[in-house]
Design a protein around this ligand. Structure first.
Ligand SMILES: N[C@@H](Cc1ccccc1)C(=O)O
Length: 598
């Protein structure tokens, strides 16, 4: 529907209960054209005021495109609108187009006309509810019109509130089937009945409530044998419930009794009392709310009357910042606390762009390593290379790759500086660790515990467990004489604080750690072992060129932030958690100010 689609507000039609018909193959023309306003009637016609209808007509005839015709007669609202037109001396005719403005004004005109003409020779509308029901109008629509007329100061409106009563679910059943006491009363034959027999005849709750209420009313002789004390009883409960249902005001005594029995509940009804306002006129002048491009083109803006600014109107609610609840607020914050409690310091992680040198070479990852392939790594086009690297350290790294040292044989290949210079989006936060360890090695050695939690990038096919951007958690402990036992101990400590007690380790391979272990945890919900991270002891080939002393060991581990989050919160598709498919509502419900609350 290329033609008027932008101006057709289908929600609006739905809300009005109006049917839109005329799909793709209906042609503009024929009978519909004769329904268009004739010039002398144009003034009084809703459509004649619509700037959209003219463009619409020309477009429609020239393109002979489809048109959407409202079937006014098919809906109660619509035929009421038709009746309103007839009452105003207009020929009843369906709208020949369906721009939302026109439909809205056609429908709302009826309420508006009722209010304005009523006030023409009367002081006030005391109660909008009564006003609406006397005229068979929908009160919600009357309220909308009152608000709008009030905004233009055609009328002054005062809020009125009334406490009314509605039946509870239990109340509804008694309004139909009678009160329990009456049901019980009617179940007793004139000669009386044994308690046991009566119990068999009735639902247990009806029996329980009914017998106590009937006894209170002194309708019955209660004992082993139950008999009627009176021959006739009035079911006041049922009658009052029906009255309330029909909108009649109940007596205070009845309200009290029914309220205690939880058969009715209070409902605050809101409406308005209305008087003439300073701008009152029996008919509303249409004022423009916006200066449009069409107004400028047609040059009719000079003659238009514009709506005054309402400085008291509430503005759009300001959109504050929002943090992703799972990533930022809960899990990330929780992890930070765990690391801090374990004595770790946070590493600075602010550069997403890293050189291949720090991301790969410094980690003793050979230049032919498949991970360095552009299929796995995003390389930068501009700036494509790094300008600055610590030259003496670069030399030592080249050396260790090409011919080894410190007891290693190296990889025996020709190491290329150009390859190390290439900029990329870091593929793991271990790039952060390599920079930090290098810095640490530049001064006399101090044991350290470092952690980071930040974004990494991989050129991967996206599926329900993989994204091209995700977050890594990385922890490392750097001290003299650390062993694999220390690593396992630290991992148990760390993961148990996350609620993952049951761990298993599997030998693995990383170019920069030896030994390396994958970490698994048993998931009670999924009933299986799931991989939660990777770990190892950094190789001397990585640490020694940095300048760290021979007996210094670094135990380290890394995991994705999304993994434990998905496991802990039972989310099975990573795209529900992070990325462009995340439900924004989820994030907006978690305002930034909740960050500090844990
Ligand atoms: N960098 C590894 C994780 C890791 C960190 C530290 C030591 C060992 C492994 C990864 O991206 O999977």
């Amino acid at each position: 529907m290329g033609l008027m689609c932008s101006s057709v507000d289908s929600d609006f039609f739905d809300s009005m209960g109006l049917a839109l018909t005329g799909g793709g193959d209906e042609k503009f023309g024929g009978g519909e054209q004769s329904l268009m306003p004739t010039p002398d009637r144009a003034e009084r016609c809703v459509e004649a005021r619509c700037p959209k209808v003219q463009t619409f007509q020309t477009e429609a005839t020239t393109l002979s495109a489809q048109v959407t015709i409202m079937q006014l007669s098919s809906s109660p609202n619509a035929s009421a609108a038709g009746a309103a037109q007839i009452a105003r001396g207009l020929d009843y005719r369906p709208l020949s187009h369906s721009c939302a403005d026109c439909v809205r004004s056609l429908i709302l005109d009826m309420e508006e006309e009722a209010i304005l003409s009523y006030l023409e020779n009367r002081e006030e509308i005391a109660d909008s509810g009564q006003f609406a029901s006397e005229r068979g109008l929908d009160h919600d629509k009357v309220v909308n019109v009152i608000k709008s007329l009030h905004g233009y100061r055609y009328i002054d409106a005062q809020d009125i509130k009334r406490e009314t009563w509605v039946l509870t679910e239990e109340g509804h059943t008694y309004a139909v089937a009678g009160s329990p006491e009456m049901q019980l009363f009617l179940a007793i034959p004139p000669e009386g009945i044994s308690r046991e027999e009566l119990q068999k005849k009735l639902d247990p709750t009806i029996f329980k409530i009914g017998s106590s209420q009937a006894a209170k009313n002194k309708w019955l002789d209660m004992g082993k044998h139950i008999s009627r004390k009176v021959q006739h009883a009035e079911d006041r409960v049922k009658n009052v419930l029906i009255e309330i249902k029909d909108g009649k005001a109940p007596e205070t005594e009845d309200v009290k009794a029914l309220k205690t029995r939880k058969l009715i509940a209070p409902l605050i009804w809101k409406g308005y009392s209305v008087r003439k306002g300073p701008n009152y006129a029996p008919k509303r002048k249409k004022v423009a709310t916006d200066l449009t491009r069409e107004n400028m083109q047609r040059d009719d803006w000079k003659d238009l009357e514009f709506k005054e600014y309402n400085f008291c109107a509430k503005g759009q609610p300001a959109e504050g910042g929002h943090l992703h609840p799972l990533l930022k607020e809960r899990v990330r914050q929780q992890l930070k606390m765990i690391f801090l409690q374990m004595g770790f310091e946070e590493m600075p992680t602010n550069n997403f762009v890293e050189s291949s040198f720090w991301n790969f070479d410094a980690l003793f990852q050979p230049q032919q390593h498949p991970a360095r392939d552009s299929h796995d790594t995003f390389f930068l086009q501009a700036p494509s290379t790094t300008k600055q690297l610590p030259e003496d350290y670069v030399e030592r790294v080249k050396e260790i790759h090409e011919s080894g040292g410190y007891g290693s044989r190296g990889y025996a290949y020709e190491w290329k500086r150009d390859e190390a210079n290439k900029n990329l989006l870091r593929t793991h936060t271990t790039a952060v660790s390599s920079r930090m360890l290098y810095l640490l090695a530049q001064n006399s050695f101090l044991p350290k515990r470092y952690f980071s939690i930040d974004r990494v990038f991989r050129n991967e096919a996206v599926d329900r467990t993989h994204l091209a951007e995700f977050h890594q958690i990385e922890g490392l402990v750097c001290d003299r004489g650390l062993t694999l036992g220390d690593l396992i101990g630290v991992l148990h400590d760390f993961f148990s604080r996350l609620g993952m007690e049951n761990l298993r380790f599997k030998p693995a391979y990383n170019p920069y750690t030896e030994p390396s272990m994958e970490i698994f945890s048993y998931h009670e919900g999924f009933k299986k072992w799931v991989e939660i991270g990777n770990s190892g002891i950094f190789r001397p080939e990585m640490l020694r060129p940095m300048g760290l002393p021979e007996d210094v060991r670094v135990i380290a581990w890394g995991l994705s932030l999304e993994r434990p989050t998905m496991i802990l919160y039972g989310i099975d598709n990573i795209r529900d958690l992070f990325g462009h498919k995340v439900d924004l509502g989820l994030i907006k419900r978690n305002p930034i100010c909740r960050l500090g609350v844990k």
